[in-house]
Design a protein around this ligand. Structure first.
Ligand code: AMP
Length: 267
């Protein structure tokens, strides 16, 4: 029999959970990105940034695990690798209820998933984490690679695209949505999990908690402090908008539809 994480009791797990949640600062999901003039990426000036939505889901899941199981979670640590401004999303994470945070400040440098995974491995070791819950993908690079690479570097089991996380004794049971059904996996701690859209609905941080979070300590490191030298292995040659869609044609009858399809050589 399995128990939902939110229904688990501390006795069923022999180890306390030390959760690491990596969160990325990305252009807000509600904003339509524009390609910059040099066609090297998207325009970031004057654009609103927020926490990547899949990271928000990962954060929510870790908070629910902690709240539903008194004593089971020793700590939740959030980490972001990005510019100094990524502090904002760590403050949001603190306002929502994580215990501690680290900003790995890389300035304006774009960091590839392999580099992110290498930095995260160091943070896992530093924080002695035994479960890492990441988003399945960052909506800016759409890479969907970091969790998998981290699991490889750590040599930990990984369960990607989780839509449900449960406990059974010392096992973690993860359900993944796959085409036409569900795939259920079992793993022991330590484990890497990446979150799918339907795992939960993230909460909003309350105003008083946002104010309180401003005063909470936030650890700031550089990659070199973790023994990492940033090195790019990929070069972006060009970023292009999709081709503009031709306007549609309104037809009055089936006959006209058929003749139009013939005209466009669609049939
Ligand atoms: P990606 O592989 O880039 O699509 O990202 C997948 C997940 O890895 C994200 O949802 C985050 O949980 C984590 N991640 C990626 N980049 C960063 C970053 N710069 N800082 C913190 N976490 C990150």
């Amino acid at each position: 029999m399995t128990k939902s994480l939110t229904a688990a009791t501390p006795e069923i797990m022999s180890s306390k959970l030390k959760i690491l949640v990596p969160v990325k600062r990305v252009i807000d999901f509600a904003i339509k990105p524009r390609i910059n003039k040099a066609q090297t990426g998207v325009e970031t000036k004057g654009v609103k940034f927020s926490m990547n939505p899949f990271c928000d889901i990962a954060l929510e899941e870790s908070l629910r695990i902690k709240e539903a199981n008194k004593g089971l979670v020793e700590k939740i640590h959030a980490v972001s690798i990005g510019p100094t401004k990524a502090q904002d999303i760590l403050r949001t994470a603190l306002a929502k209820g994580v215990d501690t945070t680290t900003l790995v400040d890389v300035g304006e440098e774009e960091v590839e998933p392999l580099q992110v995974a290498k930095i995260l491995k160091k943070v896992v070791e530093k924080e002695d984490s035994n479960i890492v819950i990441l988003g399945k993908q960052a909506i800016d690079d759409d890479a969907n690679q970091t969790g998998q690479m981290l699991a490889g570097l750590l040599n930990w089991p990984q369960a990607t695209n989780a839509s449900k996380v449960e406990f059974s004794g010392d096992d973690v049971i993860i359900t993944r949505e796959v085409d036409g059904g569900a795939d259920t996996l079992k793993a022991k701690l330590p484990v890497v999990i990446t979150t799918d859209l339907r795992l939960n609905e993230p909460r909003y941080a309350s105003l008083p908690n946002i104010m309180k979070a401003k005063k909470k300590p936030l650890e700031k490191l550089k990659p070199a402090d973790l023994g990492i030298e940033l090195a790019k292995k990929l070069e972006t040659l060009k970023v292009e908008e999709p081709p503009v869609r031709e306007p549609g044609v309104v037809v009055a009858s089936v006959d006209e539809l058929v003749s139009k399809l013939k005209e466009f050589k669609a049939i």
